[in-house]
Ligand binder design. Structure first.
Ligand code: ADP
Length: 636
């Protein structure tokens, strides 16, 4: 890889790598130590082989210039030429082998890092994802690990091979002629100073290029996602976005040109020194010859010069690269550090030793909230002791197996938060949440996930087929079971109407489906999962009357036989509830059945009159009131 394309940060990080980083990197390589040793040996071997030809050049010259018997001289020459032809071929093959083994090690280490990072992130608590930008997480997984690959397959071995080349070349040069070697070394400082300067500019330009590239990528990611494009279209901001993109894009091209030019500058510098130094060598040789200061014969001198100038050409390029070693090592350590930082993130919601495995078939589904307190800010940070600031305060209730508990109350009251505590998306700060009398913190997380089903407002579908999305609920479901579930969720007719039926792709996040369809698919997914406990967050977004009715019809049987905690927005759910909890500022301020709460004339009754009976009743029918949503509810 030409030096201009190496991954070079804008500047050497000020903070030294965290202690232990180096030891951890060595640990990562431990499983591949055999291969790493092989790479090192191959590098040494190639560096050594590289010296053979310059030495043979000397022998060739001597053979050509000396006056031995011609036949014998010619035979010598055959041998020399033969070895000269074979050596580069062998070196080339060894180089290929080295690159291959090196890449295997690099790719394996990368694979290990990516795997452990992904697995670690999968187990990070929700809190981590709500407070970290998605782009940031993705960038660590792809860019940082990718950067590490460049380090592993390129930097590390190139540093080693450069050192080996420089040292071995210098040793042989010294053996050939210490005077000429000193002469060569005299020009090295000038070369070093100049390449250091070029290197600095190169780093600076590289850093700015990477920044600009990151900006451009972030801009594309934000504006070309479905939500982003919706926003820019809805606000008529396309030309603004195009303009912004153009400016950044122009900056990037200019930087790229600069970067190429600076990289080219480095090569020119090496080239100049390549050409100039032999000239000096000839000058000194001439001086020694003409001033009669020669200890050996002129043939020996000519042969030495020929070998020497060839060796010189091996010196400058690796030397130039070694100048940046410090930067490269620092930036590699920084990259590893960023990955280790993520790997070290605490997973505060984990299984403890001896956590219980629930048998989904045996779970009765009793849910108990025991004087539960919760707040979003993390423990350990400065926290005010003011209890009014807690998101959930002293919530206490029981849902017996099969019962429906409806949570109602104003927006921001903590209803969603409360439901998150059951599957341990967050852990309570005080009190406990129990299933069948077992604290959820004592249940293995995976098995907890198996007994709870969630139908949320924001239905998330993968960009895969309808079938794959449904199977997420039960990977072993048969086709008949899929059909049954789809029918139960009132989505079957719609699925068979789709171009490829169950094999239709749902589009990015299910954008190809309407809100009601997505919800019904999500319901079918939970039907397949068949959990004992259901958490239901009813959509507030207005569905059309028909969809609303279909969703409602799908939900009613779903709740049957399962303990359900529902954030209720539909009157029919509220009316069907065994208990209604009215939540305000994280506290239960009223609890009871619909009739009881209505009779009390408190907060619930006010909510009911405001939301359900006020102006939203379309008409009356035999069964009761027909609401604007199409729901039919008994008249109270
Ligand atoms: P509801 O579902 O009743 O509308 P929520 O449970 O969503 O209420 O929110 C309760 C309170 O917690 C709100 O004040 C909200 O701003 C806050 N909140 C919700 N999610 C977070 C979060 N991830 N971090 C910090 N505060 C949050």
């Amino acid at each position: 890889m030409p030096p201009s394309h190496r991954l070079i940060p804008k500047e050497v990080p000020d903070t030294p790598a965290r202690p232990g980083t180096f030891r951890r990197i060595v640990q990562i390589f431990r499983p591949y130590r055999g291969k790493v040793t092989l790479v090192a040996l191959l590098i040494l071997l190639t560096a050594g082989l590289g010296l053979i030809n310059p030495l043979l050049i000397k022998s060739a010259f001597k053979t050509l210039l000396s006056d031995g018997p011609p036949e014998e001289q010619l035979r010598r020459l055959y041998w020399i030429v033969g070895v000269m032809v074979v050596t580069p071929i062998v070196t080339g093959l060894l180089g290929l082998w080295q690159t291959y083994v090196n890449n295997i090690v690099g790719q394996n280490v990368m694979q290990d890092l990516r795997n452990s990072l992904y697995a670690h992130l999968q187990h990070m608590p929700l809190r981590f994802f709500t407070s970290t930008r998605t782009g940031e997480i993705q960038s660590r997984l792809s860019n940082d690990v990718g950067g590490v690959q460049a380090v592993l397959t390129d930097t590390a071995s190139s540093i080693f091979s450069n050192i080996a080349t420089v040292i071995s070349t210098l040793v042989v040069m010294f053996i050939l002629s210490w005077q000429l070697t000193l002469l060569t070394l005299a020009v090295v400082p000038a070369f070093l100073v100049l390449s250091r300067k070029v290197g600095k500019v190169r780093r600076d330009v590289s850093g700015r290029t990477q920044e600009s590239l990151a900006d451009l990528t972030a801009h594309m990611q934000e504006t070309l996602s479905v939500s982003g494009i919706l926003l820019s279209k809805a606000f008529g901001r396309q030309s603004y976005e195009i303009d912004r993109f153009r400016k950044e894009n122009r900056r990037l091209s200019q930087l790229e040109i600069k970067r190429t030019m600076v990289g080219r500058g480095f090569f020119s510098l090496v080239g100049i020194f390549f050409s100039i130094t032999p000239a000096f060598v000839y000058l000194v040789a001439g001086y020694l010859l003409f001033r009669g200061r020669l200890e050996q014969g002129p043939e020996e001198l000519v042969a030495t010069i020929a070998a020497f100038t060839t060796l010189q050409s091996r010196l400058f390029f690796p030397m130039g690269q070694l100048l940046n070693v410090n930067v490269e090592i620092q930036s590699s350590l920084a990259l590893f550090d960023r990955i280790f930082e993520y790997l070290d993130l605490e997973r505060d919601i984990t299984d403890h030793d001896g956590a219980i495995e629930l048998n989904p078939r045996e779970v009765r589904g009793e849910v108990r909230f025991n004087d539960v307190w919760f707040r979003y800010d993390r423990p350990g940070k400065e926290r005010s002791q003011d209890e009014r600031l807690w998101t959930i305060g002293g919530v206490d209730f029981t849902a017996r197996p099969g019962e429906l508990v409806a949570l109602v109350g104003p927006s921001g009251a903590g209803k969603t938060t409360l439901t998150y505590l059951l599957p341990r998306l967050y852990d309570v700060d005080r009190g406990s949440v129990e299933i069948d009398g077992i604290d959820v913190r004592d249940i293995r997380l995976e098995s907890l996930g198996e007994v709870i089903g969630m139908v949320t407002q924001e239905t998330y579908l993968f960009n895969a087929t309808v079938r794959d999305n449904l199977r997420y609920g039960d990977p072993d479901a048969t086709d008949e079971e899929l059909v049954e579930a789809a029918k139960a969720a009132h989505i079957y007719d719609r699925i068979v109407e789709m171009p490829d039926g169950f094999d239709t792709r749902v589009g990015e996040r299910g954008y190809k489906m309407s809100g009601g369809e997505k919800q019904r698919l999500a319901i079918a997914r939970v039907v397949l999962k068949d959990p004992s406990i259901l958490i239901l967050d009813e959509a507030t977004s207005a569905l059309d009357t028909h969809s609303e009715r279909l969703v409602q019809e799908a939900l009613t049987p779903l709740m049957k036989g399962r303990t359900t905690v529902a954030i209720a927005h539909r009157l029919s759910t509220i009316l069907a509830a065994d208990t209604i909890l009215y939540l305000d500022k994280g506290r239960i301020i009223e609890r009871g059945s619909h009739a009881e709460l209505l009779a009390r004339g408190g907060a619930y009754s006010a909510l009911y009159h405001e939301q359900f009976s006020d102006g939203r009743v379309e008409t009356r029918c035999e069964d009761g009131l027909v609401l604007a949503s199409g729901e039919v509810v008994p008249e109270i």
